[in-house]
Write a protein that binds this ligand. Structure first.
Ligand code: B1M
Length: 219
């Protein structure tokens, strides 16, 4: 009998092979895809919490996210057959002029772990590219990352361009080392997250019923 707590633990430990093995075994044993998915999401929630609490760091988070991704690849066809869809869709990118993507990639991984489908536009993304992606993909969330003080103005002008577009209710979350809550509010973002763990909390808050500006410092 497969114990789904072992699957959660394998993902938390970043043990790719074991996570895949347990996922395959759980599917073969006829466990429900939703229950298997819940075990994976719970693991990534825990990883996010421990990252925010500085109990683990970027490398540990990366190996957990990789284990989740590989296990998820085995589960995905079953989820599709069962009609289980991601809970939301996000478009994310690092703003124009900025080539830093490690933090943005971590946020994307954590969002995927939280059942958010992520369309990653990469780095050096212009306002026009963000707007086009919003029109094409109709996301629930738009994530902007900036690592340079010199690219913070680009973040501001991208938010302005997005605000001139029909966002269809999509909420804008910003983050990155030089960005803070005050700046996020000033440029008209809906939310600010200090790190990848907080990005999940803020995303969930913004996807909920409240209209309040959301922020997460994780501290
Ligand atoms: Co650059 N770089 N870099 N760099 N680089 C910094 C950012 C810098 C602080 C280094 C320094 O001087 N001490 C400095 C910026 C100074 C400033 O503006 N205040 C700097 C500089 C100046 C530059 C260049 C201009 C250097 C040069 O060429 N003269 C140049 C710029 C290139 C460009 O972008 N146009 C440059 C280039 C590079 C590399 C290409 C060599 C490389 C990037 C590789 C890559 O990303 N693929 C690089 C790196 C690696 C760094 C440091 C060392 C590490 C950044 C990083 O990945 N951190 C960085 C110094 C440092 O931080 N110690 C530095 C780890 C990552 C997990 O954290 O990205 O902060 P972070 O992401 C966090 C949070 O910020 C948050 O969650 C993440 C996970 O917790 N977060 C979000 C990020 N995005 C978010 C989005 C959200 C929510 C949360 O919602 C959507």
């Amino acid at each position: 009998m497969v114990d789904l707590d072992d699957l959660s633990a394998a993902i938390e430990d970043g043990d790719r092979d074991l996570a895949v093995e347990l996922t395959v075994a759980a599917i073969a044993a006829g466990l429900g895809p939703q229950a298997i998915l819940d075990a994976m999401t719970t693991a990534m929630d825990d990883v996010g919490d421990r990252f925010q609490a500085n109990l683990i760091f970027v490398p540990e988070m990366l190996v957990s996210a990789r284990a989740m991704r590989e296990a998820m690849a085995r589960l995905e066809p079953i989820l599709v057959d069962a009609g289980i869809r991601p809970e939301a869709k996000a478009v994310i990118g690092t703003v124009r002029g900025d080539l830093h993507d490690i933090g943005k990639n971590l946020v994307a991984m954590m969002w995927r772990g939280a059942r958010i489908e992520v369309i990653d536009l990469g780095v050096n993304v212009t306002a026009e590219q963000f707007v086009a992606a919003v029109q094409e993909h109709k996301p629930d969330l738009i994530g902007l990352s900036a690592l340079l003080t010199t690219t913070m103005p680009a973040m501001r002008s991208i938010v302005e361009a997005l605000r001139e577009t029909d966002l269809g209710g999509a909420r804008i979350i910003v983050g990155g080392a030089p960005v803070n809550e005050e700046f996020a509010t000033w440029i008209g973002a809906d939310g600010f997250a200090q790190d990848a763990g907080a990005a999940v909390i803020v995303a969930r808050r913004l996807l909920g019923p409240s209209d309040a500006v959301a922020s997460g410092t994780g501290r």
